[in-house]
Write a protein that binds this ligand. Structure first.
Ligand code: DX5
Ligand code: ZN
Length: 239
């Protein structure tokens, strides 16, 4: 099996990448909160909720546009929406770098084609109860696979350990198939769960409450990265 070449953009020089989720930021001073975490943020995770796919409402393209004017960080828009097709162009125009759509809504093939056409990086997300099988036809077409480790809709929920076999299997499929997608985990990530998901194979960690809910968000993001990286070095030591 040829060894997977590290990709600077995807794996980052440090192995584990951190995506602070602004869902837990203070929206009345969003710019300041983004600046506070920027030194330790590889990606900014923007949760878009439509009140249909999930029982919560957040933000849309206009706010993404203001965030874009404020920061150069990569904007990873997690679209928890029933009808993302109608908004993809607006997100692109607002400055999104990548959009992640949920496999549960169907029409994945067409959504991927539309995102490519618009020049967006392509992410595919799946809920905790959704089997990985539903994503298999698309794994060679996506830049990102987002495994939800809580039921989407709200920050601050507890990590669901039952998704670990799914992360492990996705990692194996990526490595064995030479697939280049980044493996992202979202929900309940803190310094105790970060090493667990990294050991399972995740490399991009989304965290909201474990970053913005802390006194010192940048230190909290750094602590998450170190917790994840420690799991990689321990793994190497054991080889
Ligand atoms: C949940 C969102 C997450 C959320 C994670 O539906 O997709 O991105 O911000 O929040 P924490 O890290 O607090 O579980
Ligand atoms: Zn999210």
């Amino acid at each position: 099996m040829p060894e997977r070449q590290p990709d600077e953009r995807r794996d980052g020089p440090r192995g584990v990448r951190i995506a602070p989720s602004i869902l837990s930021a203070d929206f009345a001073r969003l710019g300041e909160d983004i600046d506070r975490v920027s030194p330790e943020a590889d990606v900014l995770h923007v949760d878009v909720m439509d009140g249909h796919f999930v029982p919560n409402l957040t933000i849309g393209p206009p706010v993404v546009g203001w965030i874009r004017r404020h920061t150069d960080l990569y904007l990873d828009c997690h679209l928890m929406m029933d009808n993302p097709r109608e908004y993809l162009e607006a997100f692109k125009k607002a400055g999104a770098d990548g959009c992640t759509v949920h496999v549960e809504i169907g029409g994945t093939e067409a959504l991927i084609a539309r995102m490519r056409e618009l020049g967006l990086d392509v992410g595919l997300a799946l809920n905790p109860e959704t089997p990985l099988e539903s994503c298999l036809p698309y794994l060679d077409q996506v830049d990102l696979l987002l495994v939800m480790s809580v039921h989407p809709g709200f920050g601050g929920q507890s990590f669901m350990a039952e998704v670990l076999p799914k992360i492990e299997r996705a990692r194996r499929l990526a490595d064995e198939g030479g697939l280049g997608f980044e493996l992202e985990v979202d929900g309940g990530i803190d310094t105790s769960t970060a090493p667990v998901v990294v050991r399972a194979g995740a490399r991009l960690l989304v965290a909201g409450s474990a970053i913005f809910g802390r006194e010192d968000p940048v230190a909290a993001a750094g602590a998450l990265r170190r917790a994840g990286e420690a799991a990689i070095s321990q793994g190497k030591g054991a080889e």
